[in-house]
Write a protein that binds this ligand. Structure first.
Ligand SMILES: *Cc1c(COP(=O)(O)O)cnc(C)c1O
Length: 391
């Protein structure tokens, strides 16, 4: 096989898998790995879950696509489930995270249009990641994703993540033009950055005071990843807009933008749309994922195993001079090292039968399926220790 016909956007490891089951993957030589990446927070209920397998195959034999010219039963069912779990009012379905965030940004534009704000600004966070379309790239930060793509659409104003004083300052400087804040509750791509306690609540209060939309990108943190359905539920707040993707389809592409209150009624027939978005296959799988998480009590497991994993890593890596910080919530954990991580780190873990991810060059990111057990937590701890000492 040759990769020469592919554009050079990725630098894949020399590792390729032929099957997966639960928390495990097997490479082409038949070697088994514990998957602590889950396709970047996607396969939250594990690989080849029998209920997902039968939902996909049954739906494939019935109906894959009819378009949104017709009503789609599974789409309505999934919207109803998500609305019930989140406290939001209405949903729109896309095919990816970036598209879901585009949907949110379009809601912010409509919101400002109704308010008669001519040059609206959306506040975003430093080191944010919201996707790769031109719009979501504009809302994202850092040369790693933006270099070479100027001029990106403007209308964003950036503040440091977790810094309330900076938010107050932009409010004073640009108050009347600001219409929304778009942020990740925990920043994933920039190395699992957790905001200080109370930050999200204070952001919510500021949005209430100024009638700004609070738009939370839960694409990585949502669907049980942090031990709640959505990360905002830890904080006792509710956003006006929330985006989902990744774990919602467990590998079948799907995105969703949910909205509440005034934000839920902004779109009118024809003002937004998608050919594939909300098709019966993706929505049926989405429904099945949510049912599995409920039936297998995976929120509780993610919370329990996440706390265990974080505590065990803190103990085992306590004397490791390479480690700068260990942080996270539920099964979204980052181990930041003092110097850039070399490939050796990934190889050390791989040779130990463990798959881990490195983000922003310096942080080992763990995103195992929500189904992992205590024994697998120990396997991850051992593999990570080995990787850190090889780094
Ligand atoms: C992955 C991710 C996205 C982009 O999702 P795609 O499906 O790749 O477009 C956006 N925001 C966050 C927080 C993500 O983790």
């Amino acid at each position: 096989m040759t990769a020469a016909c592919l554009m050079s956007t990725y630098q894949p490891l020399a590792l390729s898998f032929s099957k997966g089951l639960g928390t495990r993957l097997w490479d082409q030589a038949g070697r088994e790995y514990l998957d602590a990446v889950a396709g970047v927070a996607v396969t939250n209920v594990g690989h080849s879950h029998p209920r997902i397998v039968s939902a996909i195959s049954e739906q494939a034999g019935l109906l894959l696509h009819t378009s949104n010219l017709y009503s789609i039963d599974w789409q309505q069912q999934l919207a109803q489930k998500l609305v019930r779990l989140s406290g939001m009012d209405r949903a729109f379905f896309n095919n990816s995270g970036a598209e879901a965030n585009e949907t949110a940004l379009k809601l912010a534009r409509l919101y400002s249009w109704h308010k008669g704000i001519e040059q609206p600004l959306v506040v975003v966070m430093e080191n944010a990641f919201h996707g790769r379309t031109l719009g979501t790239l504009s809302a994202s930060d850092g040369p790693a994703v933006r270099l070479g793509f100027n001029e990106l659409p403007g209308d964003f104003i950036k503040v440091p993540f977790g810094d309330l004083a900076a938010l107050e300052a932009v409010q004073h400087a640009h108050g009347p033009r600001i219409v929304a804040i778009l942020m990740e509750p925990i920043q994933g791509e920039s190395g699992v950055q957790v905001a200080p306690p109370g930050y999200l609540k204070a952001v919510r209060e500021l949005c209430n005071r100024r009638a700004w939309l609070l738009m939370l990108d839960e694409i990585q943190t949502g669907i049980g990843r942090t031990g709640q359905w959505f990360a905002f539920q830890h904080e006792g707040i509710i956003p006006d807009v929330m985006t989902l993707a990744k774990g919602l389809g467990n590998g079948i592409p799907i995105g969703a933008c949910l909205a509440r209150g005034k934000a839920a009624d902004l779109f009118t027939p024809g003002s937004h749309g998608s050919t594939f978005g909300g098709n019966p296959l993706a929505c049926r799988v989405g429904c099945t994922v949510l049912e599995i998480i409920e039936e297998q009590d995976l929120l509780e497991n993610a919370k329990l195993q996440g706390e265990r994993l974080l505590a065990r890593l803190r103990i085992e890596l306590a004397d490791e001079p390479n480690v700068l910080a260990i942080r996270g919530q539920g099964l979204m954990i980052g181990i930041e090292l003092k110097q850039p991580i070399r490939d050796l780190t990934l190889i050390a873990a791989r040779d130990h039968g463990l798959l881990i991810n490195v983000t922003r060059g310096k942080t080992i990111r763990l995103l195992p399926p929500l189904t992992i057990d205590e024994r697998e937590v120990e396997m991850i701890v051992r593999g990570v220790c080995r990787a850190v000492s090889a780094a």
